[in-house]
Design a binder for this molecule. Sequence first.
Ligand code: FAD
Length: 512
Amino acid sequence: MESSGGRAEGSGRGPRVLVVGGGIAGLGAAQRLCRHPAFPQLRVLEATARAGGRIRSERGFGGVVELGAHWIHGPSQGNPVFQLAAKYQLLREKDLSEENQLTETGGHVGLPSVSYGSSGVSVSRELVVEMASLFYGLIDQTREFLHSADAPVPSVGEYLKKEIRQRAASWPEDEETRKLKLAVLNSFFNVECCVSGTHSMDLVALVPFGEYTVLPGLDCTFPGGYQGLTNHIMASLPEDVIVFNKPVKTVHWNGSFKEASSLGETFPVLVECEDGACFPAHHVIVTVPLGFLKEHLDTFFEPPLPTEKAEAIRKMGFGTNNKIFLEFEEPFWEPDCQYIQVVWEDTSPLEDVTSELRHVWFKKLIGFLVLPSFESVHVLCGFIAGLESEFMESLSDEDVLLSLTQVLRRVTGNAQLPAPRSVLRSRWHSAPYTRGSYSYVAVGSTGDDIDQLAQPLPTDGAEAQLQILFAGEATHRTFYSTTHGALLSGWREADRLIALRDPQAQLPGPWL
Ligand SMILES: Cc1cc2nc3c(=O)[nH]c(=O)nc-3n(C[C@H](O)[C@H](O)[C@H](O)COP(=O)(O)OP(=O)(O)OC[C@H]3O[C@@H](n4cnc5c(N)ncnc54)[C@H](O)[C@@H]3O)c2cc1C
């Protein structure tokens, strides 16, 4: 294997460090290392032609659409994404206000502005509010089981269903209203699947669920696009640090690799790319998504990962959440409408879906957020999680547009509702270097698996230290699935290297 030339060549100028992946974790790590004099030999290898990873803003509909991360969750002083975005002046005045930063949402999605039923009649606000309060009350109760040894059931889904079944038994209303209540609850289950990035809440472990930490602050968006943030970080790096279109195939470690241009020097790691290029290094920070790691576990590391780490990767959850944007000539919703909920009246969280996906996939859609109008363009953004979301990825734009037009005509009771002008959607499960949306703590795993994944290699300390370090959202025990978790994890691993190479350095961590 021949090694590649470029910026990081040469010896005697400090350790050679490679970052695999140019999402916010990788960029954050690179920015921190670049600012330290001990790391002049740094490269980021990014598989695709762009930086940002799951932060992906595209021009569309006369404005910017977010195909990946949407909000800063908990925009307040403890959130480094908020702090950076504020520093780079990427946020609106109102989102920076003290009042916004202090608002506590509990991490719950706001109430819908309107709830359309599948019979074409709107569901009463009173009933929706009652079910939202029941559902989110139960979600809050799941925290009681954190660290508990005697959880009643393994998953969040089973717990919610057990409690709902009990309460439903004493609902005083007629059969039809009780069915409608369950259908509304089913819609909240769909929302929670999007939040957790899972097919079913039955897959999400109950005991560690409360370990995910919600920061204060009213979730906010980036008026110019989330990617402005990663673009700013990228612009702060020396020009040739990031190498695009360089998918890494295998990380060889615990070796003694040489290169022709660095006579006498040996490197414990050699990163081999899909195009055959090889980069020797002292340290590699791996930030690839958990979905990619799961798929390539058998070939991505040589020698293979220790059993405990490989097992943690297999056990941890990684699912799909996608967005479908629909552009309309004219809005059919009220001017103050923010969130349109869709309730399928024949569904219930207490009954399993048995029909084929192609007949029912759209029933998993939570409904639509109304995006702010850009120059009189009117856009709805639907969210859909799980296997139905993955199935949606296999359909053509025309099929998706047709199905959702039929859904909207049906739920609004308006058979003449004009079809959307265009559709744009994400396909995170098909993306070869992502393979899904974000991680969750699955039944059979715990927060210890997240820590296990984050543990650098080798673990015994006998060999060259910190050969492979792990960052990325899935490695943050309390902020997994978020951009701030990803950024903190990148900083954490950069600081780990800085502490090794410059023990006197003053580090701002710990990055918990
Ligand atoms: C639809 C959706 C909505 C979301 N909404 C929010 C939200 O509102 N708020 C929030 O905080 N978070 C949200 N997230 C999650 C957030 O986007 C991620 O947690 C975060 O961006 C992950 O950053 P990362 O650096 O860990 O991974 P990534 O951004 O995935 O970066 C990893 C990089 O590694 C590259 N890569 C993969 N394999 C290789 C390889 N073999 N060689 C080289 N490079 C490779 C990839 O191309 C990618 O650029 C959302 C995610 C999705 C998908």
